[in-house]
Ligand binder design. Structure first.
Ligand SMILES: NC(=O)c1ccc[n+]([C@@H]2O[C@H](COP(=O)([O-])OP(=O)(O)OC[C@H]3O[C@@H](n4cnc5c(N)ncnc54)[C@H](OP(=O)(O)O)[C@@H]3O)[C@@H](O)[C@H]2O)c1
Length: 380
C-alpha cells in the first residue's frame, strides 16, 4: 500500500475490533482511521479515540471528545458508511445491527472487511448481489472464510469447501455433560477468545452452521458442496477441494490477528502482528474427525435453514440468538437452544426472496415468539 489506507471500524470495542486496533497499531504507517464505533462501552471507545485520533466516533450513548466529531446509534453507523473518504470498513459489530451499515457502505462503493455473521446469514443474497453490482469487495474476517478466500484461485473449478471446526469445549464430552453444562463451562473455549455470544455458538456448533450459510453466499457454493470436519488443534483453518482431487488448505497458528490483518490489508501482506513463525515440527500432529451430528444437531438445522432459503436463515439466526441470550441469563439450559431453534423453524412460514424490510420484520417476529416461548407461554 503506497498511500495510507483509510479505514473505519464498526465494533471497535469488541473482541474483533480491539484486535483490529492492535493490528493497526503495528501497521501505523499503513492506515489512517476515519471512524471508530462502539455500542455501550463508552469508556473503552474514549480511550481508543484518544489513542488513535479518528475523525469520528460513534456510540449508543452521548459522548464528547474535543476535536472529534461524535455520532450516535444506528444512524451514526450508517453515516460512517456513507463517508466516501473510507477505503475499507471493518464491520465487527455483533448482531443484526451490522446489516444496514454494510449495505450503506456497498451503496457508496466502499470495500468491506466482514466479521459480522448476521449480515450474510440474514441477507446474503441481497448483500452479495449488491456488492457484485457495485464492484465492492467483501473480504471475510472469520478465520474459516478467510482461509477459503486465500485458497481459491478460480471458484469455477472448486468442487467442495471443507470448513474446519475446533469442536469447542464439549467435543469429547457426552450429551449429558452438555445438558448439564454451566454458562462458565460453555464459555471456556479451548482455542479461541471471542465475544460471549459467538463462544456459546461455538460450544453448540451452531457457529459452524452460521459459517456454512455465510460460505454459501460468500463463495456462491451449493450447500451439498460444503462439508464440515472437526479439527481440534485449529491449525488448518479450512480447505477447498478442486475438481481434480487436489486439496488446498490454509494453515496458521490460531490467532484472529492473522485473518483480521489479511482482510484489512488485502491484497498486500505484512509482517505486522505476527508473533512467531509457524513450525510443523512443533505442532507435530493434526487430528480430524467427523462431526457428531446427534450430539450437535444445530449444524443440520443450519443446512435445513440454508437449503430452505428465503427467510428461514433469519428465523434460525434470530431464534438461536434469543436462546443464547436466555442461556447466558441462566433462564434455559444449553441444550434447550436446539429444541427452541427447531420449534421456531418448524413453525415458520418462509418468505421467499424477502426484502430488507421483510427480513427485519421476520427477525422481530421470531425474537418475540422465541422470548414468549422461553417464558413458557403457549406458542401457536
Ligand atoms: N470474536 C471472534 O473471534 C469472531 C470470529 C469470527 C466472526 N466474529 C463475528 O464478528 C462479530 C463481532 O464479534 P465479537 O466476538 O467481536 O463480539 P463482541 O466482543 O461481543 O463485540 C461486539 C461489538 O459490537 C458492538 N455492538 C454490539 N451491539 C451494538 C449496537 N447495537 N450498536 C453499536 N455497536 C454494537 C459492541 O459495542 P460495545 O461493547 O461498546 O457495546 C462491540 O464493539 C460477530 O458477528 C461475530 O459473530 C467474531
Amino acid at each position: 500500500m503506497t498511500n495510507k489506507r483509510k479505514i473505519s471500524i464498526l465494533g471497535s470495542t469488541g473482541s474483533i475490533g480491539t484486535q483490529a486496533l492492535e493490528v493497526i497499531e503495528k501497521l501505523q504507517d499503513k492506515f489512517e482511521i476515519i471512524a471508530l464505533a462502539g455500542g455501550s462501552n463508552v469508556e473503552l471507545l474514549k480511550q481508543q479515540a484518544l489513542k488513535f485520533k479518528p475523525k469520528y466516533i460513534c456510540a449508543n450513548k452521548e459522548i464528547k471528545i474535543e476535536g472529534i466529531k461524535t455520532l450516535q446509534g444506528p444512524d451514526g453507523l450508517e453515516e460512517i458508511c456513507s463517508n466516501k473518504e473510507n477505503d475499507i470498513i471493518l464491520v465487527a459489530v455483533s448482531g443484526k445491527i451490522g446489516l444496514k451499515p454494510t449495505l450503506k457502505a456497498i451503496e457508496n462503493g466502499i470495500d468491506i472487511a466482514l466479521a459480522n455473521k448476521e449480515t450474510l446469514v440474514m441477507a446474503g443474497d441481497i448483500v452479495m448481489s449488491a456488492a457484485k453490482k457495485a464492484g465492492v469487495k467483501i473480504i471475510p474476517v472469520d478465520s474459516e472464510h478467510c482461509a477459503i478466500h486465500q485458497c481459491i484461485k478460480d471458484i469455477s473449478q472448486v468442487e467442495k469447501l471443507i470448513i474446519t471446526a475446533s469442536g469447542g469445549p464439549f467435543l469429547h464430552k457426552t450429551i449429558d455433560d452438555m445438558k448439564n453444562a454451566t454458562v462458565a463451562e460453555a464459555l471456556a473455549h479451548p482455542r479461541w477468545n471471542m465475544g460471549r455470544k459467538i463462544t456459546v455458538d461455538s460450544a453448540t456448533l451452531i457457529n459452524k452452521g452460521l459459517e456454512i450459510i455465510e460460505a454459501h453466499h460468500l463463495f456462491n457454493m451449493p450447500y451439498d458442496k460444503i462439508d464440515v470436519v472437526i479439527h481440534p488443534q485449529s491449525i488448518v483453518h479450512s480447505a477447498i477441494e478442486y475438481a481434480d482431487g487436489s486439496v488446498i488448505a490454509q494453515l496458521g497458528l490460531p490467532s484472529m490477528h492473522i485473518p483480521i490483518q489479511y482482510a484489512i490489508t488485502y491484497p498486500e501482506r505484512y509482517e505486522g502482528i505476527k508473533s512467531k513463525s509457524f513450525s510443523f515440527s512443533e505442532i507435530a500432529r493434526l487430528d480430524f474427525e467427523k462431526p457428531d451430528y446427534e450430539k450437535f444437531p444445530g449444524v443440520k438445522m443450519a443446512y435445513t435453514a440454508g437449503t430452505t432459503g428465503g427467510s428461514m436463515p433469519v428465523c434460525f439466526n434470530a431464534a438461536n440468538e434469543e436462546a443464547v441470550f436466555a442461556f447466558l441469563d441462566n433462564k434455559i439450559k444449553l441444550y434447550d437452544i436446539y429444541s427452541i431453534v427447531e420449534k421456531m423453524m418448524s413453525s415458520h412460514s418462509t418468505v421467499i426472496n424477502p426484502t430488507i424490510d421483510e427480513i427485519f420484520a421476520v427477525d422481530k417476529e421470531i425474537r418475540t415468539k422465541t422470548q414468549e416461548y422461553i417464558k413458557g407461554r403457549i406458542y401457536k
